[in-house]
Design a protein around this ligand. Structure first.
Ligand code: ADP
Ligand code: MG
Length: 351
């Protein structure tokens, strides 16, 4: 009866979601630091939209935005993860997934991805919960499942990311790796926030394994905490720090160019212009599932940055990806492929 119809509809809805494959955008508004201060965001949490108000002209300039999901200042880490979890789980089915956090410094990117401080705490972020989920699923399955973690930080965008790849057996292994990555990350105080970091942090998980039907799976998950998106002049940095900041801003503006080109369905997408876009090329241009967390600060003095983050996020949400590809194959197909390869090699040796 009714329940059956709801179930079928839901199934259909999920299928459409898979096929549609736009970049998903979740917006998260962090709590105000000063409760008395004026806010630049009007958010009731009722209808999935938020309104940005110009604090100098509250009546005339109001812009409204819609996203796949909006998390208000009261949303917990668990609530945020609950909506992220299906995407994470699909990695174990063979989908490539990329999640990246965007927003100005101090808007809550690291809070969402890592939690209030790296390491174990009550408010762990997406990274930790995702990894524990993956381990849980893999240990519940039979067959060999190897999770390989690559943790790299682009040092101020100046150097080639120095990535290390390790096999891991448990969430604790991952935590140790993440702490190491965090230590290697260059932190630098700016006028905006002393926890600010002028670097991107990328955690990549490669999954090699088998599913219930003994099909081979080879998928990957990128978890990216981007550097602050604010314009450089605001950070009041000078000298080497300014150079670093400009480099980072360049990689973010390259990301913007890629998003614009994708949104306009251009034939040429300029992935090659930065390390960041090269890294994300497989996700943005390939057949992955992609989620962006757009982070905003509610304070009136963040109005300009909030508006530009939301405009960027809106553009990102119009980007259509190819239908997500399942990276799995039956052992028969794999064997045949290997045979073809070895025959090809044999042939080329003869020529
Ligand atoms: P970013 O990484 O974007 O620079 P952070 O994640 O470091 O920003 O957040 C800045 C500050 O605000 C931190 O002290 C962080 O703990 C706090 N914060 C951010 N988001 C939230 C939230 N949703 N709830 C509570 N505190 C938050
Ligand atoms: Mg941060």
């Amino acid at each position: 009866g009714y329940n059956q119809a709801v179930r079928e509809n839901k199934h259909l809805y999920n299928m459409i979601q898979e096929l549609r494959g736009n970049i998903r955008v979740f917006c998260r508004i962090r709590p105000a630091f000063n409760m008395e201060a004026k806010s630049s965001i009007d958010y009731t949490g009722k209808d999935g939209s938020l309104i940005v108000v110009d604090p100098t002209n509250p009546q005339s300039t109001r812009k409204s935005f819609h996203f796949n999901k909006i998390f208000g200042p009261d949303a917990s880490q668990d609530e945020v993860y609950k909506d992220t979890q299906p995407l994470i789980r699909s990695v174990m089915d063979g989908y490539n997934v990329c999640i990246f956090a965007y927003g100005q410094t101090g808007s809550g990117k690291t809070h969402t991805m890592c939690g209030p401080s790296s390491g174990l705490s009550k408010n762990v972020g997406v990274n930790y919960m995702a990894l524990s989920d993956l381990f849980q699923i893999s240990s519940a399955r039979e067959g060999i499942n190897t999770l390989e973690i690559k943790n790299c930080s682009a040092n101020g965008g100046l150097n080639v990311p120095d990535a290390s790849m390790r096999s891991v057996q448990s969430v604790d292994d991952v935590l140790t790796l993440m702490k190491l990555g965090e230590k290697n990350r260059i932190f630098c105080s700016t006028a905006m926030n002393n926890r600010s970091s002028r670097s991107h942090s990328v955690l990549t998980v490669h999954i090699l394994g088998e599913d219930m039907t003994r099909c081979k799976i080879r998928s990957c998950l990128h978890l990216v905490d981007l550097a602050g998106s604010e314009r450089v002049d605001k950070s009041e940095v000078t000298g080497d720090r300014l150079k670093e900041a400009q480099h980072i801003n360049k990689s973010l503006s390259c990301l913007g160019d890629v998003i614009t080109a994708l949104a306009q369905k251009n034939s040429h997408i300029p992935y090659r212009n930065s390390k960041l876009t090269q890294l994300l090329q497989n996700s943005l241009g390939g057949r992955a599932k992609v989620l962006m967390f757009a982070h905003v600060s509610p304070e009136a003095d963040s109005y300009g940055e909030t508006l530009s983050t939301l405009k960027f996020a809106q553009r990102v949400s119009t980007v259509e990806l190819g239908a997500a590809h399942l990276n799995k194959e039956s052992s028969e197909v794999l064997e045949l492929k290997e045979e073809i390869e070895s025959l090809k090699k044999a042939l080329s040796r003869k020529e």
